[in-house]
Design a protein around this ligand. Structure first.
Ligand SMILES: Cc1cc2nc3c(=O)[nH]c(=O)nc-3n(C[C@H](O)[C@H](O)[C@H](O)COP(=O)(O)O)c2cc1C
Ligand code: SF4
Ligand code: SF4
Length: 244
């Protein structure tokens, strides 16, 4: 999760892509004290910050940084996730220069069941450009203003759902080991799926999205019902947030 000034969680890569765009653009702008800038960010899970990332931040706290928050969401809902990271940064004596939540393809999207794959769209990417420009100006001029982030405290309770078992098709699997490498829950033995600790599976889809032979999928009956519900929720565009 850690690199010196990008400390993000991104199982399927959307958040990393946006964080990299923000950082590389800022690096091209000759801003002083870049080493004092820190990007934190994650995907939004059930309207909240994923619990293992929150735990990781609490275990690796930092302060006195100029923080930019980057979150991605699958065009369903943002709820309190942006506020949650903002509050964490402020509570740890950091300055939050900008915070964004941008619609992106949904982790559960597959070729068979595409969900929100057209996000971020060109409008959202233009808004991202404007956000980066505005944040760069703030950083260069050392401007400091408190941000108003939508959301509620106490944060909404994530709905409890029964985890769905990822299954591996042994005939398709070429034993490359990538699924184990990318699993954020390192103790899950995905390769010998009998050993997977299902309660510890985040259903983050990293193993599924990274598998080169499409050998992993969720147990179909339960997952298809979830997908149908998601496709309905995610089909209308939601407003991304760019706050600075
Ligand atoms: C367990 C889980 C819960 C999710 N909950 C939400 C949600 O509440 N709202 C939403 O819009 N997208 C939700 N998503 C979709 C992800 O936020 C979105 O696809 C994100 O861009 C994935 O980021 P990553 O590629 O960096 O992992 C969820 C995805 C997963 C795996
Ligand atoms: S990533 Fe796919 S092919 Fe590679 S070991 Fe895992 S299941 Fe097998
Ligand atoms: S086993 Fe679960 S936690 Fe691990 S990568 Fe797959 S979906 Fe994510």
């Amino acid at each position: 999760m850690d690199s010196s000034n990008i400390k993000i969680f991104s199982p399927t890569g959307n958040t990393k892509r946006i964080a990299d765009i923000v950082m590389s653009n800022l690096l091209g702008k000759n801003i002083s004290n870049m080493e004092n800038i820190c990007i934190i960010g994650c995907p939004i899970y059930k309207g909240r910050v994923p619990q293992p990332y929150m735990q990781w931040l609490n275990d690796h706290p930092f302060s006195n940084k100029r923080v930019i928050i980057v979150e991605t969401f699958g065009n369903a809902h943002i709820d309190d996730a942006l506020l949650e990271l903002h509050d964490w940064a402020i509570d740890h004596n950091n300055q939050v220069v900008g915070a964004l939540a941008i619609a992106s393809s949904h982790s559960y999207s597959t070729n068979e069941h595409p969900i929100a794959i057209h996000h971020p769209n060109s409008t959202e990417l233009n808004e991202l450009d404007s956000f980066i420009e505005a944040v760069a100006v703030k950083l260069s001029k050392d401007q400091n203003n408190s941000l108003t982030i939508p959301g509620h405290f106490p944060y909404k309770k994530s709905p409890v759902s029964t985890p769905i078992q990822p299954l591996r098709d042994a005939e398709r699997c070429c034993d490359c080991g990538l699924c184990q490498e990318v699993c954020p829950q390192q103790n899950s033995d995905i390769l010998g799926l009998d050993g997977i600790v299902i309660d510890q599976c985040l259903m983050c889809c990293a193993c599924i999205q990274h598998c080169p032979t499409e050998a992993i999928s969720y147990e179909k009956t339960e997952f298809n019902a979830k997908i149908e519900m998601l496709r309905e929720v995610c089909k209308t565009d939601k407003t991304s947030l760019f706050i600075y």
